[in-house]
Design a binder for this molecule. Sequence first.
Ligand code: TRP
Ligand code: ZN
Length: 904
Amino acid sequence: MLKIIKLLQVLTDSNTLKIGRDYSANCFYKGKSMKNNNYKAVKRLDYRAPDFTATDIELEFNLSDDYTIVKSTAHYIRLTEDKKAPLCLDGEDLELHSVFVDGLVCKYTEEKGQLIIEDVPDEFDVSIENVIAPALNTTLMGLYKSCGCFCTQCEPQGFRRITYFLDRPDVLAKYKVTIIGPESGCGVLLSNGNLVESGEKQGRRYCTWVDPFPKPSYLFALVAGSFDLVSDTFKTKSGREVSLQLYVDRGAYERGLWAMECIKQSMKWDEDRFNLEYDLDNFKVVAVDFFNQGAMENKSLNIFNSIYVLVDPKSATDTNFFNVQSVIGHEYFHNYTGDRVTLRDWFQLSLKESLTVFRDQEFSSDVASRALTRLHAVDVIRSAQFAEDASPMAHPVRPEEVMEMNNFYTVTIYDKGAEVIRMLHTIIGEDNFKKGLALYLDRYDGKAVTVDDFLSAMSEASAVDLTQFTRWYSQAGTPVVTAKWAYDANEKKLTLDLEQKTPPTLSQKEKDPVVIPIRTSFLTGDGKEVTPPELSANGIIMFTKDKESFTFTCDEEVLPVLFKDFSAPVKLDAHYSDDDYKLMLEYCEDPFIRKNSSEFLINNYVKDHLESADNLPVPASIIEAFSHVLSDKNGDPLLTCQVLNIPPLSVLTELCHKIDFDALHTIRSFIEKEIAKALFADFSNLYAKTKATGSYVYNIKEMSKRSLNHLALKMMIVKLKDDKDEDKAADLVRDHYKKSDNMTAKLCALTLAVHYDLLCKEELLKEFEDKWSGDPLVFDNFFRVQATAPSEDTVKIVRKLMKHPCFDKTNPNRVRALVGAMALSNPVALNAKDGSGYALLSEVVRDLDKVNPQVAARILTPLLSFKRFDEARAELARNELLRIKSEKDLSNGVFEKIEAALNS
Ligand code: TRP
Ligand code: ZN
């Protein structure tokens, strides 16, 4: 309702007169529902080719501060034999003014999100004029305003909120776009492709852009506003000069320089590694403050959440720098895997996303650090993706049924999908992978295709049969591999018995065995790696059956080291002893195996004591292992830091079927304390040894050193807190904060102060608040640090911070930093015993669903797994789900998730 009233005020103010139209008959005025919820799921197998396609579309945007007039003329061709079939165009929240077919009045109806035009010839033009209200568009889908700038987000189905069109990825058209700037003036007017004309019309600036590449509507983009411009050029390997433009917030020029570096690195890397050269004369990136996700790969006009562009040492952390590089790479790499070859339908989303994530991971591996990139990727799988696979929203990498497509931009599609591509790479090898990708891009250039098309190209290029491999795309759930082995000293043979099982998920009870490449080596008792003749040249065991035995010839008893480099996204159930883990931790070169070994030492301890959390013995094995790592003078700081990490609660919860939050939290804190106490001297030395010298520079070596320094400081604080040495703890942290010159260090100190409730907490929070309240992006850390404090009291603090003048529920970054952080990264607060965490989340979701349903559905996620909570918590969480469900006009996205949870 509010929307309608606001729009009315806007329209009656002055603008109706200016363009000489009477808006009294518009749909907003009549109070027609703006929502288009039907709660209907679409099935993958129901795909039908479109009856018509559009070959060309000309768009004219008449931007005005309060509303925008969109005129479009599209050329349509009938594809179906059925001459009676009407043309059905998608549209949402549009106020339609006129429709002409070949310039003539025509018969049409407008209903349930569709414009249906009857009696059309085989080939014709449709001209449409409609009005939209970007300033009122808080969903951030379609055309909206972000801090005074106009921008668009069309993936997956936002174009229909701009004008009526065939808004589906298998309709590829050439776009010509004219943007007429608002009366108040405007900096730049951008769209995809090349600028072909610009000038002035009746006192207003306009620009016309032509994109020579046919594309689906989800890749359309428009930006209009005032920005600072970072420009540069890149010479492609064939000698063409590409002009690069990066548009950032006014005053943020310096903060854009790293992103520009990253654009050039990406362009170079795609040439070097995959022989892919940029295909237009310009490449534009725009950073905006209001954005639902990370970034968007619109052809030659990428639009980014400013958090993935703007960095400098004073305001951004090492992680921010790393992420900018990876997201810039990701969107740039979409130019081929996504834009040039696109999707037939949204069920194929992972075709572009998983391949592009794999490519961005390889980029980060080559230009930043392979070990760090890999360990991060594994973390995402084992914390978030395994949880998703065990949740009511579990879905295959290629889903079968979707109600709200926005719910499927998930860690399963992106990250498990990337693991699937990585397995393919492992199985067929780098050379065949390159050949396959080249064949795929060549064969399907300019086409909208499917996962099967991709696999057929890969199979053809490598001459490997991938039939069974496709099960990775069709089966949800995390396979569990059980491994048992025995050594026969007489025969000098080791027998490895493997078994695999994928647990049933809601919509798939029976699962078939998948192809599991197991990167393997064997360790002797004194830590030497041996390679038995039976192990294939690439060190891979291909495990494809429910059960299978493998035999290896070894002169002495050896320990099998399985899934090196996390060679498949599965859970391994192997009865390694603590000593086995210590052996692997000490002698295996593989970063993943080392980190995994320390993690599983801890897991073993946690599992053994879940039932007796109130009476815990000293975790001797863990302390011994940590001590050993700390004393290794030659250790790589990056790995040392990773290995000394105690897994977060979100990872530990995957150890239980029914989650006992209280026991897990108690045990985890206990382990942390015991390690800190036992190794205090080592951590103190380490802290001193890794102290910053000189001013901040971002690179992997310095970043690793800082991580290690921060880990040491944290462990010192844990010990001092345990000693009740409050003054010393506060002094150390305050000092660290004040003496540092960069955000990474300051945030480390601030986090310790808040999470361990140190005496300097209020002082540092105040200092941070005063310094950064004018810089929303940086200020988000103020919210996030407090929202992730592992205490039940955090719920009250989050509630209070929602009233902070810097909080804005219409900005997704603010919501994610505060409520999202509590919901997704703070199991202690979210699962507060009294249900206050659930209640707050539910309140926010109900409110936010009316403002930005996409973000509402996202932060709701942790509640869906309520059946894994203890009885009391499950009941509290379930009641909140029911409460949300009873809300009027619930969005498709929130509805779909709640239904899945309640029916699970
Ligand atoms: N395709 C984008 C990417 O992964 C992500 C994306 C999908 C997106 N839908 C979105 C971004 C909606 C912003 C808003 O690169
Ligand atoms: Zn992507």
